[in-house]
Design a protein around this ligand. Structure first.
Ligand SMILES: Cc1cc2nc3c(=O)[nH]c(=O)nc-3n(C[C@H](O)[C@H](O)[C@H](O)COP(=O)(O)O)c2cc1C
Length: 320
């Protein structure tokens, strides 16, 4: 069994956190990850009603399994109800990413809830540490969904040199080998999203899962085009990594023009509604090429854990 400060803190049997993924990760996905000994998280965006948090949290809670909730900091100023519902659900961990976590750490700590934050730059690290964040998640640009510009490994090494708090690696980790590499580098755990995108417990549609299974690792793009089309107020420093499609081929890099093209923007909104894979965003990271089968998230996590343990057992041989 792999033991780290993360497994000890949250009483896990593997140092894997199932990344919060709005639109994909609800209570069933979180439950499956936690059943396998990791910590499953529920992803919440500014488009969710607070009731979503209450309903979805009840799923892992019904089985007495630990779970976490992932919030987006930039949405919370206008949506205090999301924070209230999150605190009421009594998760073991709440992540406050994509913005300043400072206003939320005190209220969460007061309720005995640990706080994580994804960081993308050195400045983000000092902001999170100063705010009292407990678990720092170094999120590389390889990650699926919204992310920064720096790659996982150099960012992870730099974050580890800046703080003694547990650091978790996110972005591009989808196998036991990748997990072992992050742990040997000094991470207390891994934060895995893309590897769970084709899981049976996800809230994404079977068609979206199929699209993920068919995609190669060369087919992602880090773009603001979908956010501009959908009229989302995402801060510009966090574009989203999604699968390349017809829409992104035309509009990535032309976001200013897109603002003036209502029919083009409508295509994405409609595409999401009718599930047109060439118009709708399918957020996924560079590890998507490793996702080839539709499986239970519990099986995915167990397999990654077993393969990581095997890879770690081989490490001493490097010193022979
Ligand atoms: C479909 C999708 C949705 C995501 N939604 C969220 C979210 O709601 N909140 C959040 O903090 N991160 C979100 N992320 C980012 C993940 O938390 C995580 O950083 C990322 O998946 C890790 O990299 P990987 O995809 O290579 O495993 C999302 C990622 C994906 C793929």
């Amino acid at each position: 069994m792999i033991k780290t400060p993360l497994t000890r803190w949250f009483d896990l049997t593997t140092p894997v956190i199932g990344a919060p993924m709005a639109g994909v990760g609800g209570g069933a996905l979180a439950r499956a990850v936690s059943q396998a000994g990791g910590l499953g998280m529920i992803g919440v965006s500014g488009a969710h009603p607070a009731g979503f948090i209450t309903e979805q949290s009840a799923i892992p809670a019904a089985d007495q399994l630990p779970f976490g909730i992932g919030l987006m900091a930039w949405t919370l100023a206008d949506r205090p109800d999301l924070l209230e519902a999150t605190m009421a659900a009594q998760p073991a961990l709440v992540s406050v990413s994509f913005g300043d976590p400072a206003p939320y750490v005190g209220p969460l700590h007061d309720r005995g809830i640990a706080v994580a934050a994804q960081v993308n730059t050195v400045l983000d690290v000092s902001r999170a540490v100063d705010a009292g964040v407990d678990v720092i998640v170094a999120q590389g640009t390889e990650a699926g969904g919204h992310t920064g510009q720096r790659a996982t490994l150099p960012l992870l090494q730099e974050v580890l040199s800046l703080t003694d708090r547990p650091v978790v690696a996110a972005g591009g980790i989808a196998t036991g080998r990748g997990m072992a590499a992050a742990l040997v580098a000094g991470a207390a755990g891994v934060w895995i999203g893309t590897a769970l995108l084709a899981c049976t417990e996800g809230l994404n549609s079977p068609a979206a899962r199929e699209r993920v299974r068919a995609a190669s690792g060369e087919e992602t793009v880090l773009t603001r085009a979908f956010d501009v089309a959908e009229g989302l107020a995402w801060p510009e420093r966090w574009p989203g990594r999604a699968l390349v499609n017809e829409f992104s081929r035309v509009w990535h890099g032309r976001e200013d023009e897109l603002l003036d093209d209502a029919p083009a923007r409508r295509r994405v909104v409609e595409g999401r509604r009718t599930w047109d894979p060439e118009a709708s965003p399918v957020y996924a990271g560079e590890a998507v090429g490793l996702v080839t089968a539709e499986r239970s998230a519990a099986d995915v996590i167990r397999e990654i854990d077993a393969a990581a343990e095997k890879a770690l057992r081989a490490v001493p041989r490097l010193l022979g």
